[in-house]
Design a protein around this ligand. Sequence first.
Ligand SMILES: [Zn+2]
Length: 446
Amino acid sequence: MRISRKHKIPCFVFCGICALCFLGLTSLRAFAESLSNLRWESLPQAFIFHVSAATPIRYVTEDFIDKEGFCIVDILNVTQTYETRSIFPEDSRIYKIEIATNPNGRGVRMKFFPRGNLSYCIAAGDSPKAMKIIFSAPHDSSENIKTVITDNPVKTPITPVLPRLTPRAFTPPSPPSISTPAPTPPPPAKPIYRDAESKKRKLIIIDPGHGGKSLGARTAKKIKGKHYWEKDLVLSYAQKLKYLIDKSPNLTALMTRNSDVYVSLGDRVDFAQKNEGDYFVSIHLNDAPKPSSARGIEFFHWADTGATSAAMRYLESLENDQVLPKVSSSQDERLKKILTGMLKDALEEKKILSTGACESMWQSFQKNSYHRTHHRTPPVKSARFAVLANYAMPAILIEVGFMSNSKECEYLISDSFQWTTARLIYNGIQHYFAQEDANFSPNYLN
Ligand SMILES: [Zn+2]
């Protein structure tokens, strides 16, 4: 571990065209210690993250890249608090940057997740109120343009998906209590008010699987020096899908989580129902219980009966969070209520729609050579996944590919593969509503 305080290292001189990305903060308190601007540059020889504040910056940095795969930069003299947000800069050197209020309640913590074992340094900015975090390594320009799908060129939108930082009112840290209270998971976002204009669009609830303590599957091997976790990758797929949907004329989207937080499976279903979603899609990555050559996409709808094979039993326990302590009993209670009450018929009715949604999704994916060649029969399946026990709307779960397959996991982490998959899911949703609703005019992406 390396700890350095307020060290200043002369900045390198970089040439080349700078691609500047700006992330404005939504509020700035006059005279208060708050961040005023964050931006980054993807240069040929380095990735540089710029931080500006209203007053001279004091910081501490800690390097866990060797052991944990990230480093921390704490800005100490910031009193404004922020909700956790992740930035995916789509750069070959940096996978993700997390920004949140420091867990001790004071200051802002920025966590940088480099791809591989990169070193970094801190340099002074243009003024005492600015600083730079520099990761020096050549940019792999093939990273973003590598096309793994041959029959459909990938279109990467020019604007990166930029989550907004939402300031919260400052709350001082609570004093430690004598008995340790049970951790309470953060509730999902509150229902939104849908006006007449937004009601004309179909509301898609996008559910990135896992999050927080629920890690999901891990890549079969290290890629660029590290293992990737399902919870991080599916968030990236979901954000890309939301980006495409938000640009469409006939759909709108909400996400059950937009950062690395744990949300229970019941809360995900409640969130979809309270917001009166028209369609629920959960995004996951598959895993095999032991080394196997299994690969390819699969689409699931609800089934009352449980798994009948060892592989499906394993997948159900993984996707139902049964690997986490104390989760399965409350989930079983919830399912029991649905399956023994009046709601069972409603769930059966929705199952017909969900099966249709899976088939529409497969029609969309068949247009792509990678997905088409790995299945002779339609990969439409059923499972007792708790998140699919949704009696209010069609609900499907997509297992995009197998993390346990050492070849396929290389595709799954690829940015271009993720954009292609997001586009195919988008088209599958369009196809479903075109089949189900005579008044719906589909809008497909090529
Ligand atoms: Zn999963």
